[in-house]
Ligand binder design. Structure first.
Ligand code: CUA
Length: 362
């Protein structure tokens, strides 16, 4: 029985495959490195993660190209020709040499990559040398907003929906959820973690450039998921310290979360309540635009300067406590928290309503 001439791949074919593979790999790697995959690098972690990405790309592209090239050449040389319909292919028995090669190479590649990735991971998760210097921020996700809690100068809690970060200082986020799974992500910082009800997850970053960056929820969490977006403000360390000092400065009813103590209802800072919440309620300003409070456009909820202008106190109060009853056209129901009647104290609710009546009056 004559040996099928196609039972072996000729050296010429192998040479062609190598040439095509090397050229295609070079083009693929160059293209992959040329593409700007990510937003700017906002943290020291971002640089290392982007390097990891580049290394993975340099290794993954040739592997992909090699597989595709072998498939294409096999189709060219070993396809079924007319008259061969009933023939079996050449009888091939095991090849120890081949099996050793195709086990060893992927194993080596995987071990090298795992080792390298593990080094990067321990590097980006490493605590700073001076642990006391690290800023700790409690992040709480709920449908559909993030709240951030800082320790103020005198140990007083500072709650806010605006994430302020100091440039050049290590920041550790401890992330929680009040309801469903959310995911705390600032794309420019690269790091990301799920907010899971019942447990605390965390990560740290060191911001390396000033600017405003989007805070994004990266886990489908309900109707308002796509608009569960806020802003991180990275400032110089001095500016940040000044901001934090101002937030925790003893001011009348500056911290409604503490219960106010002897502070009378009249001293409630309704504007602050609007922009920052009371520690339990989601701040109105994280979803609604209001010129007087300086909250931005493009939030989840209607622009209050427009929808509340000229409305009565009763109507405003009802839309806060029973949002389902007073829907605004174009905004889906079920997004505004239905529990403001519980999370706001009666005197806080009254102060807020009064503030909204006055600030939207033309
Ligand atoms: Cu919260 Cu998606």
């Amino acid at each position: 029985m004559a040996v099928d001439p196609r039972a072996r791949t000729s050296n010429r074919t192998i040479g062609q495959m190598v040439v095509v593979g090397v050229i295609a790999s070079a083009i693929g790697v160059a293209w992959g490195l040329y593409i700007d995959w990510f937003p700017i690098q906002g943290s020291s972690q971002a640089k290392k993660i982007d390097e990891l990405w580049d290394v993975l790309l340099i290794i993954a592209v040739p592997v992909f190209v090699m597989v595709v090239v072998v498939i294409l050449f096999a189709v060219r040389d070993y396809r079924q020709r007319p008259g061969e319909e009933l023939l079996d292919g050449p009888n091939v028995h095991g090849s120890t040499r081949l099996e050793i090669i195709w086990t060893t190479i992927p194993a080596v590649v995987i071990f090298v990559l795992v080792g390298y990735a593990a080094t990067i991971l321990s590097d980006i998760e490493e605590a700073p040398a001076n642990a006391a210097q690290e800023l700790k921020i409690d992040v709480t996700g709920e449908q559909f907003a993030w709240t951030f809690k800082y320790k103020g100068a005198d140990g007083k809690d500072v709650n806010t929906t605006r994430l302020y970060l100091p440039k050049g200082r290590s920041v550790k986020f401890n992330v929680r959820s009040k309801d469903v799974i959310h995911d705390f992500w600032i794309p420019e910082m690269r790091m990301k973690v799920d907010a899971v009800p019942g447990i605390v997850t965390s990560y740290r970053i060191t911001p390396i450039r000033e600017g405003n960056y989007p805070v994004v929820c990266a886990e489908l969490c309900g109707l308002g998921h796509s608009v569960m977006r806020q802003t991180a403000y990275v400032q110089s360390a001095d500016k940040f310290d000044a901001w934090l000092a101002k937030q925790s400065a003893p001011a009348p009813a500056a911290a409604p979360a503490e219960g106010g103590g002897a502070a009378p209802a009249a001293a409630i800072d309704a504007k602050k309540l609007f922009t920052d919440g009371n520690g339990e309620s989601i701040a109105c300003g994280s979803c609604h635009q209001l010129a007087d409070a300086g909250t931005p456009a493009g939030g989840v909820g209607p622009n209050l300067d427009m929808v509340l202008a000229g409305q009565s106190a009763d109507m405003i109060k009802e839309s806060i406590v029973e949002p389902e009853k007073v829907a605004t056209k174009g905004f889906p129901p079920g997004v505004m928290p239905p529990n403001y009647g519980e999370t706001l104290k009666p005197e806080e609710l009254d102060a807020l309503v009064e503030y909204l009546v006055t600030s939207t009056k033309k």
